[in-house]
Design a protein around this ligand. Structure first.
Ligand SMILES: NC(=O)c1ccc[n+]([C@@H]2O[C@H](COP(=O)([O-])OP(=O)(O)OC[C@H]3O[C@@H](n4cnc5c(N)ncnc54)[C@H](O)[C@@H]3O)[C@@H](O)[C@H]2O)c1
Length: 260
């Protein structure tokens, strides 16, 4: 990873990072980078099982804010923002790095997906970002920035990405609308589109290995992306140096998306 020890562009900023399952999670790459840039970072964990993996990571960070967040549990998301308000009184950076789709729906054709499966994927992977941004808005008193994670399968038909394609397309569109609505309050909203990374979420996608090898051989940089590559780029976008960049879907994929 790049030596960021001299960078303090996020000093004094407060960041909430959701979606860390373990040390392979994209959200963990972002949390490390936010802290390396000087921010205080609060992180969430899904349940007692994932807490085992997330707690040691929380200890690696300066901040001691570790909160439970299962989006299927009524009121838990609101409780996270209440805790942040009590602890910090404000928020500068929000990272939403959560996606879920039932396996049977994800691994079948889009035309075959069930209504409950589709609605669940939309709720947990797209609506939750809208809701989080709404809850962050009053805490972003001096402006702020909200990020979500998307994938190229929103724009192009990527084999095996199936139902997550339309879900991520909705997420990217919601990002643009929220960026337009919140821009006057100096709140920026971005969708980040990394190339494929071997994480727990990715293990639900069939034949992920061939996606990785295609990405590596086709990307102009001929390299796979790491969670640190994503983290550093996201941390830069959170700084005031990027204060006029908003509403985009930013590809961090070695340029894969420009190649036919
Ligand atoms: N891995 C990739 O190749 C890739 C590429 C582009 C975008 N993404 C996106 O990045 C994001 C993070 O995924 P990742 O690859 O780091 O995998 P990951 O498995 O490490 O992270 C997914 C997170 O979603 C959380 N989650 C699932 N259901 C939840 C619920 N009900 N409540 C709260 N949290 C819940 C999990 O606990 C986990 O922390 C996802 O939106 C994914 O679609 C991944």
């Amino acid at each position: 990873m790049i030596d960021l020890s001299s960078l303090t562009l996020l000093k004094g900023k407060k960041a909430l990072v959701t979606g860390i399952a373990n040390d392979k999670s994209i959200a963990w790459g972002c949390a490390k980078a936010f802290e390396a840039f000087g921010a205080d970072v609060a992180i969430t964990y899904l349940n007692d099982k994932t807490r085992t993996f997330v707690e040691p990571l929380a200890r690696e960070l300066r901040s001691s804010v570790l909160l439970p967040l299962d989006l299927t549990k009524e009121g838990q998301l609101e409780a996270v923002f209440d805790d942040i308000e009590k602890k910090w009184g404000r928020l500068d950076i929000l990272l939403h790095s959560i996606a879920f789709a039932p396996k049977e729906d994800l691994q079948g054709r889009v035309v075959d997906c069930s209504k409950p499966g589709f609605l669940m994927a939309m709720e947990l992977s797209c609506w939750s970002f809208i809701r989080m941004t709404k809850l962050a808005e009053p805490l972003m008193k001096n402006g702020g920035v909200a990020f979500t994670m998307t994938y190229y399968g929103s724009q192009m038909v990527v084999e095996h990405y199936n139902m997550m394609g339309p879900v991520k397309a909705a997420l990217e569109s919601a990002t643009r609308y929220m960026a337009a609505e919140l821009g006057p309050k100096k709140i920026r909203v971005h969708a980040i589109s990394p190339g494929p990374l071997k994480t727990r979420a990715a293990s639900g996608i069939s034949d992920f290995e061939s996606l990785l090898s295609k990405a590596e051989s086709k990307a102009p940089t001929r390299s796979l992306v790491s969670i640190d590559d994503v983290g550093v780029a996201v941390a830069f976008l959170a700084t005031d140096a990027a204060k006029l960049i908003t509403g985009d879907t930013l590809y961090i994929d070695g340029g894969y998306h420009i190649i036919d």
